[in-house]
Design a protein around this ligand. Sequence first.
Ligand code: CP
Ligand code: NVA
Length: 295
Amino acid sequence: MPNFIDLKDLSKDQLLDLISLSLKWKKEPYPNFMNNKHVVLIFEKPSLRTRVSFEIGINQLGGKSYILNEKEMQLGERETIEDTARVLERYADLIVIRCFGHNQLIKYAETSSIPVINALTDFSHPCQVIADLITIKENLGNFENQKVGWFGDCNNVLQSWIEASALLNIRLYIACPEGINPDKETLAWAQDRNKNIIVTHDPLEAAHGANCIITDTWNSMGETDPLPEEKFIPFQVNEKIIKLADKDVIFMHCLPAYRNKEVTSEVIESANSVIFDEAENRLHAQKAIMQFCFN
Ligand code: CP
Ligand code: NVA
Protein backbone atom coordinates (compact mmCIF):
# COMPACT_ATOMS: atom_id res chain seq x y z
CA MET A 1 0.00 0.00 0.00
CA PRO A 2 1.62 3.30 -1.04
CA ASN A 3 1.11 5.14 2.24
CA PHE A 4 2.99 8.35 2.96
CA ILE A 5 3.92 8.02 6.63
CA ASP A 6 7.61 8.89 7.00
CA LEU A 7 10.41 9.96 4.66
CA LYS A 8 12.64 7.12 5.80
CA ASP A 9 10.15 4.71 4.17
CA LEU A 10 11.15 6.16 0.77
CA SER A 11 14.21 5.44 -1.34
CA LYS A 12 16.44 8.35 -2.31
CA ASP A 13 15.07 8.14 -5.87
CA GLN A 14 11.46 8.20 -4.69
CA LEU A 15 12.20 11.30 -2.62
CA LEU A 16 13.94 13.03 -5.54
CA ASP A 17 11.03 12.09 -7.84
CA LEU A 18 8.55 13.68 -5.43
CA ILE A 19 10.58 16.90 -5.44
CA SER A 20 10.90 16.94 -9.26
CA LEU A 21 7.19 16.27 -9.77
CA SER A 22 6.21 19.03 -7.32
CA LEU A 23 8.42 21.48 -9.21
CA LYS A 24 7.10 20.32 -12.58
CA TRP A 25 3.49 20.87 -11.52
CA LYS A 26 4.42 24.22 -10.04
CA LYS A 27 5.32 25.37 -13.59
CA GLU A 28 3.33 23.20 -16.00
CA PRO A 29 -0.32 22.05 -16.19
CA TYR A 30 -1.02 19.02 -14.01
CA PRO A 31 -3.30 16.10 -14.97
CA ASN A 32 -6.78 15.66 -13.49
CA PHE A 33 -5.79 12.36 -11.94
CA MET A 34 -8.11 12.80 -8.95
CA ASN A 35 -11.28 12.98 -11.00
CA ASN A 36 -13.99 11.17 -8.98
CA LYS A 37 -11.58 10.55 -6.09
CA HIS A 38 -12.85 11.28 -2.59
CA VAL A 39 -10.43 12.27 0.16
CA VAL A 40 -11.29 12.32 3.87
CA LEU A 41 -9.07 14.57 5.99
CA ILE A 42 -9.00 14.00 9.75
CA PHE A 43 -7.58 16.90 11.78
CA GLU A 44 -7.26 16.35 15.53
CA LYS A 45 -5.09 19.47 15.77
CA PRO A 46 -5.44 22.96 14.24
CA SER A 47 -4.06 23.71 10.78
CA LEU A 48 -3.95 26.52 8.26
CA ARG A 49 -1.38 25.55 5.61
CA THR A 50 -1.77 21.77 5.60
CA ARG A 51 -5.53 21.78 5.54
CA VAL A 52 -5.97 24.50 2.92
CA SER A 53 -3.14 23.29 0.65
CA PHE A 54 -4.56 19.76 0.67
CA GLU A 55 -8.13 20.93 0.02
CA ILE A 56 -7.16 23.29 -2.80
CA GLY A 57 -4.74 20.71 -4.25
CA ILE A 58 -7.47 18.02 -4.25
CA ASN A 59 -9.86 20.46 -5.88
CA GLN A 60 -7.39 21.51 -8.57
CA LEU A 61 -6.73 17.84 -9.41
CA GLY A 62 -10.45 17.16 -9.84
CA GLY A 63 -11.11 15.38 -6.52
CA LYS A 64 -13.41 16.09 -3.57
CA SER A 65 -12.42 16.63 0.06
CA TYR A 66 -14.28 15.99 3.34
CA ILE A 67 -12.86 17.47 6.54
CA LEU A 68 -13.38 15.94 9.97
CA ASN A 69 -12.08 18.25 12.69
CA GLU A 70 -11.24 17.55 16.32
CA LYS A 71 -14.88 18.06 17.39
CA GLU A 72 -16.14 15.42 14.97
CA MET A 73 -13.37 12.87 15.19
CA GLN A 74 -10.74 11.93 17.72
CA LEU A 75 -9.12 8.71 16.61
CA GLY A 76 -9.97 5.79 18.86
CA GLU A 77 -12.45 7.78 21.05
CA ARG A 78 -15.96 6.99 19.81
CA GLU A 79 -14.96 3.70 18.19
CA THR A 80 -11.72 1.86 17.60
CA ILE A 81 -9.22 3.11 15.03
CA GLU A 82 -9.59 -0.17 13.18
CA ASP A 83 -13.39 0.21 12.89
CA THR A 84 -12.99 3.82 11.69
CA ALA A 85 -10.53 2.71 9.00
CA ARG A 86 -12.79 -0.13 7.88
CA VAL A 87 -15.74 2.24 7.51
CA LEU A 88 -13.97 5.09 5.74
CA GLU A 89 -12.35 2.76 3.19
CA ARG A 90 -15.89 1.89 2.01
CA TYR A 91 -16.49 5.56 1.05
CA ALA A 92 -13.19 7.22 0.27
CA ASP A 93 -10.11 6.69 -1.93
CA LEU A 94 -7.51 8.38 0.29
CA ILE A 95 -7.18 9.41 3.95
CA VAL A 96 -5.12 12.35 5.25
CA ILE A 97 -4.55 12.36 9.02
CA ARG A 98 -3.17 14.95 11.45
CA CYS A 99 -3.21 13.42 14.92
CA PHE A 100 -1.30 13.37 18.20
CA GLY A 101 0.03 9.81 18.49
CA HIS A 102 2.21 8.49 15.68
CA ASN A 103 1.21 4.96 16.72
CA GLN A 104 -2.44 5.84 16.09
CA LEU A 105 -1.53 6.80 12.54
CA ILE A 106 0.47 3.60 12.04
CA LYS A 107 -2.40 1.52 13.42
CA TYR A 108 -4.81 3.27 11.05
CA ALA A 109 -2.51 2.68 8.05
CA GLU A 110 -2.03 -0.98 8.94
CA THR A 111 -5.79 -1.54 8.89
CA SER A 112 -6.70 0.65 5.94
CA SER A 113 -7.01 -0.80 2.45
CA ILE A 114 -6.78 2.71 0.97
CA PRO A 115 -3.64 4.93 1.21
CA VAL A 116 -2.97 7.09 4.26
CA ILE A 117 -0.98 10.34 4.39
CA ASN A 118 0.69 11.68 7.54
CA ALA A 119 -0.33 15.35 7.80
CA LEU A 120 1.68 15.74 11.07
CA THR A 121 1.89 13.73 14.25
CA ASP A 122 3.74 14.45 17.50
CA PHE A 123 6.61 12.47 15.93
CA SER A 124 7.01 13.66 12.33
CA HIS A 125 5.84 16.04 9.60
CA PRO A 126 6.97 14.59 6.26
CA CYS A 127 4.66 16.70 4.02
CA GLN A 128 6.26 19.85 5.41
CA VAL A 129 9.75 18.66 4.66
CA ILE A 130 8.90 17.84 1.03
CA ALA A 131 7.92 21.52 0.67
CA ASP A 132 11.15 22.55 2.45
CA LEU A 133 13.22 20.44 0.06
CA ILE A 134 11.48 21.98 -2.95
CA THR A 135 12.38 25.41 -1.55
CA ILE A 136 16.02 24.34 -1.09
CA LYS A 137 16.14 23.00 -4.65
CA GLU A 138 14.73 26.27 -6.02
CA ASN A 139 17.14 28.45 -4.07
CA LEU A 140 20.32 26.40 -3.68
CA GLY A 141 20.12 24.15 -6.74
CA ASN A 142 21.14 20.86 -5.12
CA PHE A 143 21.19 18.99 -1.81
CA GLU A 144 24.51 17.16 -1.63
CA ASN A 145 26.73 18.70 1.07
CA GLN A 146 24.60 21.78 1.66
CA LYS A 147 24.90 22.84 5.28
CA VAL A 148 21.53 23.20 7.01
CA GLY A 149 21.44 24.59 10.55
CA TRP A 150 18.40 23.66 12.63
CA PHE A 151 17.81 25.83 15.71
CA GLY A 152 15.72 25.20 18.83
CA ASP A 153 13.35 22.37 19.64
CA CYS A 154 13.79 18.71 18.72
CA ASN A 155 10.32 18.20 17.29
CA ASN A 156 8.29 16.56 14.52
CA VAL A 157 9.62 18.79 11.72
CA LEU A 158 13.20 18.09 12.77
CA GLN A 159 12.45 14.35 12.80
CA SER A 160 11.49 14.47 9.10
CA TRP A 161 14.49 16.72 8.39
CA ILE A 162 16.86 14.13 9.88
CA GLU A 163 15.34 11.44 7.66
CA ALA A 164 15.61 13.64 4.54
CA SER A 165 19.21 14.60 5.34
CA ALA A 166 20.20 10.95 5.68
CA LEU A 167 18.70 10.15 2.27
CA LEU A 168 20.04 13.22 0.44
CA ASN A 169 23.45 13.60 2.10
CA ILE A 170 22.69 17.03 3.51
CA ARG A 171 25.00 18.30 6.27
CA LEU A 172 22.50 18.85 9.08
CA TYR A 173 23.68 20.65 12.23
CA ILE A 174 21.08 20.50 14.99
CA ALA A 175 21.58 23.22 17.61
CA CYS A 176 19.33 22.49 20.60
CA PRO A 177 19.40 23.17 24.35
CA GLU A 178 20.84 20.59 26.75
CA GLY A 179 18.09 18.37 28.08
CA ILE A 180 16.44 17.60 24.76
CA ASN A 181 17.60 15.39 21.92
CA PRO A 182 16.30 14.06 18.61
CA ASP A 183 14.84 10.57 18.61
CA LYS A 184 17.75 8.25 19.45
CA GLU A 185 16.82 5.43 17.10
CA THR A 186 16.33 7.75 14.12
CA LEU A 187 19.60 9.54 14.82
CA ALA A 188 21.50 6.24 14.89
CA TRP A 189 19.80 5.16 11.64
CA ALA A 190 20.58 8.51 9.98
CA GLN A 191 24.19 8.82 11.19
CA ASP A 192 24.85 5.32 9.91
CA ARG A 193 24.09 6.65 6.41
CA ASN A 194 25.40 10.19 6.73
CA LYS A 195 28.18 11.11 9.17
CA ASN A 196 27.37 14.80 8.76
CA ILE A 197 24.25 14.80 10.90
CA ILE A 198 25.50 16.51 14.03
CA VAL A 199 23.83 17.44 17.32
CA THR A 200 25.40 20.43 19.08
CA HIS A 201 24.49 22.73 21.95
CA ASP A 202 26.51 25.53 20.36
CA PRO A 203 24.32 27.69 18.08
CA LEU A 204 27.40 29.32 16.52
CA GLU A 205 28.68 25.94 15.28
CA ALA A 206 25.38 25.32 13.49
CA ALA A 207 25.28 28.82 12.02
CA HIS A 208 28.83 29.03 10.72
CA GLY A 209 28.82 28.94 6.88
CA ALA A 210 25.28 27.50 6.75
CA ASN A 211 23.46 27.59 3.40
CA CYS A 212 20.07 27.28 5.05
CA ILE A 213 18.90 28.14 8.55
CA ILE A 214 15.67 26.70 9.91
CA THR A 215 13.76 26.97 13.12
CA ASP A 216 10.29 26.16 14.44
CA THR A 217 8.18 26.98 17.49
CA TRP A 218 9.67 26.17 20.92
CA ASN A 219 6.36 24.69 21.99
CA SER A 220 4.64 22.36 19.53
CA MET A 221 0.90 21.63 19.54
CA GLY A 222 0.04 19.15 22.26
CA GLU A 223 3.43 19.49 24.02
CA THR A 224 2.75 18.63 27.67
CA ASP A 225 6.18 19.18 29.21
CA PRO A 226 8.08 21.92 27.30
CA LEU A 227 11.51 23.11 28.43
CA PRO A 228 11.41 26.57 30.04
CA GLU A 229 11.66 29.36 27.47
CA GLU A 230 14.98 30.68 28.84
CA LYS A 231 16.71 27.47 27.74
CA PHE A 232 15.74 28.21 24.13
CA ILE A 233 16.76 31.88 24.07
CA PRO A 234 20.39 31.22 22.99
CA PHE A 235 18.96 29.32 20.00
CA GLN A 236 16.86 32.20 18.67
CA VAL A 237 17.53 32.90 14.97
CA ASN A 238 18.55 36.56 14.83
CA GLU A 239 20.86 38.82 12.80
CA LYS A 240 23.93 37.53 14.66
CA ILE A 241 23.18 33.96 13.52
CA ILE A 242 22.45 35.06 9.94
CA LYS A 243 25.72 37.01 9.75
CA LEU A 244 27.72 33.89 10.62
CA ALA A 245 26.07 31.91 7.81
CA ASP A 246 26.90 31.91 4.11
CA LYS A 247 26.21 35.29 2.49
CA ASP A 248 23.43 33.73 0.36
CA VAL A 249 21.86 31.80 3.26
CA ILE A 250 18.13 31.20 3.11
CA PHE A 251 15.94 31.27 6.21
CA MET A 252 13.02 28.81 6.47
CA HIS A 253 10.25 28.22 9.02
CA CYS A 254 7.29 25.88 8.55
CA LEU A 255 4.98 28.47 10.22
CA PRO A 256 3.14 29.45 12.32
CA ALA A 257 6.02 31.59 13.62
CA TYR A 258 6.16 33.25 17.01
CA ARG A 259 7.96 36.48 16.17
CA ASN A 260 10.78 37.52 18.48
CA LYS A 261 10.71 34.10 20.17
CA GLU A 262 12.36 31.43 17.96
CA VAL A 263 13.11 34.04 15.24
CA THR A 264 13.24 37.81 15.18
CA SER A 265 10.82 39.79 13.05
CA GLU A 266 13.88 41.32 11.41
CA VAL A 267 15.02 37.92 10.06
CA ILE A 268 11.49 37.00 8.96
CA GLU A 269 11.27 40.23 6.94
CA SER A 270 14.85 40.07 5.60
CA ALA A 271 15.91 39.28 2.03
CA ASN A 272 17.21 35.91 3.29
CA SER A 273 13.74 34.77 4.30
CA VAL A 274 11.87 32.42 1.91
CA ILE A 275 9.12 31.44 4.34
CA PHE A 276 6.18 32.38 2.10
CA ASP A 277 7.66 30.54 -0.91
CA GLU A 278 8.06 27.60 1.46
CA ALA A 279 4.38 27.93 2.48
CA GLU A 280 3.32 28.11 -1.18
CA ASN A 281 5.35 24.99 -1.90
CA ARG A 282 3.11 23.04 0.49
CA LEU A 283 0.46 23.16 -2.27
CA HIS A 284 2.79 21.82 -4.97
CA ALA A 285 4.16 19.15 -2.63
CA GLN A 286 0.70 17.86 -1.63
CA LYS A 287 -0.14 17.16 -5.30
CA ALA A 288 3.00 15.07 -5.83
CA ILE A 289 2.44 13.23 -2.52
CA MET A 290 -1.15 12.33 -3.54
CA GLN A 291 0.07 11.15 -6.95
CA PHE A 292 2.63 8.94 -5.13
CA CYS A 293 -0.24 7.39 -3.14
CA PHE A 294 -2.34 6.67 -6.22
CA ASN A 295 0.51 5.24 -8.25
N1 CP B 1 3.34 24.23 8.60
C1 CP B 1 2.14 23.67 8.89
O1 CP B 1 1.97 22.46 8.90
O2 CP B 1 1.17 24.59 9.15
P1 CP B 1 -0.29 24.26 9.67
O3 CP B 1 -0.15 23.74 11.08
O4 CP B 1 -1.00 25.58 9.63
O5 CP B 1 -0.91 23.25 8.78
N1 NVA C 1 6.26 21.68 15.40
C1 NVA C 1 5.03 22.37 15.12
C2 NVA C 1 4.76 22.34 13.65
C3 NVA C 1 3.51 23.07 13.27
C4 NVA C 1 3.25 23.01 11.80
C5 NVA C 1 3.90 21.73 15.89
O1 NVA C 1 3.80 20.51 15.91
O2 NVA C 1 3.11 22.47 16.50
